[in-house]
Design a protein around this ligand. Structure first.
Ligand code: SAH
Length: 344
């Protein structure tokens, strides 16, 4: 059994403590942290300004978790690249690298599988396996940047898994990602998406990290939300909206609401009216997504009905955009690649 410490998940302070305990000088920890998070080496051997003796010692105590690119799908219509990664224990997760006018953004996974059971989502069909370590979330970004040669300027936690169900590791990941001695990404360029784990929204508000919180709402009332999102039985729409209002009051950060349109389920004028009422007065933005068809379910939608719904909302004073579809030719909804890998 591998009992080595996952060095890439340690904060610089934790690493320093461990290095001092080995009888080494403090600045060594800074050097090692930089090798890991800035130069992103895959082995201790590559840390050329560290003595061979210390490198050997590090190798005995620590491991550097790496991800193996099992599949890379490149879109021929835009510059979207979808990665299927194999984790050290043989499990799989996905990331998607996307190009916007302002730069490259990557969508990363936070768990292997998901417990939340949203009916339209491929990631949850085979259930939940385990949480990802902070290092395994970071490496999705580092590996894609190295492989593609494209500088990554933004991250969205919208891949496989529920970020707030892996709260501690996700917070640790965010702190590592934004460490000025490490990758140094501003958390203004990071979005965390949740299906609505209400107590963790309150916890996150306390941290004041500067991230954008995205809430997957997908329906304007308890009846229609519970029909597609089991999490709504635990924390209903009103409780969720109260948490969102608290988050905004505490952090001053506008919440982005995700709304996946499903034909005949949540896309009528009446749904728009209820949604506008629910969000009314709140400082927010609504992202409309025509639901991606997954082969296990028969939900459908299209851009036209999304645009129609956006128009209804606009008339009611709610700011909404229809999300641009990227990489339409390389795979369907998130979680599909991993499902295929597990089934083959
Ligand atoms: N668990 C988190 C983040 C992962 S999913 C959450 O629920 O927010 C990222 C977004 O994609 C969520 O808004 C999710 O509801 C949405 N999504 C999942 N499957 C989809 C599908 N088939 N079509 C459109 N959106 C989907």
């Amino acid at each position: 059994m591998d009992e080595k410490t996952d060095i890439l998940s340690l904060s610089e302070a934790e690493l320093t403590e461990r290095i001092l305990a080995l009888g080494e000088k403090k600045f060594r920890a800074g050097q090692i942290f930089k090798w890991l998070h800035v130069r992103n080496v895959g082995s201790f051997e590559d840390m050329t300004d560290i003595s061979a003796q210390l490198r050997n010692k590090l190798d005995e105590i620590f491991c550097i978790k790496s991800l193996f690119i099992e599949k890379r799908l490149e879109s021929s219509i835009d510059n979207t690249v979808k990665y299927l990664y194999r984790l050290p224990d043989g499990e799989h997760v996905e990331s998607v690298l996307m190009e916007y006018e302002h730069g490259n953004t990557i969508c990363v996974s936070t768990q292997v599988g998901c417990k939340m059971g949203c009916r339209f989502c491929a990631s949850t069909i085979a259930g939940y396996k385990r949480n990802l370590a902070p290092s395994e979330i970071l490496q999705q970004i580092y590996t894609a940047q190295r492989d593609s040669g494209r500088k990554i300027g933004g991250v969205v936690l919208m891949g496989i898994g529920e970020p707030l169900d892996n709260y501690d590791n996700v917070v640790k990941f965010l702190r590592l990602l934004s460490d000025p001695h490490g990758f140094g990404m501003s958390l203004r360029h990071v979005s965390v998406s949740t299906c609505g784990i209400v107590p963790r929204i309150y916890d996150l508000a306390e941290l004041g990290l500067g991230i954008t919180l995205s809430v997957s709402l997908h329906a304007p009332d308890d009846r229609s939300r519970s029909a597609v999102m089991p999490v709504n039985d635990r924390w209903g729409v009103e409780e969720l909206m109260t948490a969102c209002r608290h988050y905004f009051a505490k952090t001053g950060r506008r919440i982005s609401f995700e709304y996946a349109l499903i034909n005949g389920h949540n896309d009528s004028r009446e749904d728009a009216r209820k949604l506008a009422e629910l969000l009314g007065g709140g400082v927010c933005h609504v992202n409309l997504i025509p639901v991606n068809k997954i082969k296990e379910r028969d939900f459908t939608s299209d851009r036209r009905s999304a645009q129609r719904f956006a128009k209804y909302l606009g008339e009611l004073g709610i700011n909404a955009t229809v999300r641009r579809t990227l990489g339409a030719d390389i795979e369907a909804a998130c979680g599909q690649l991993r499902r295929e890998a597990e089934q083959s």
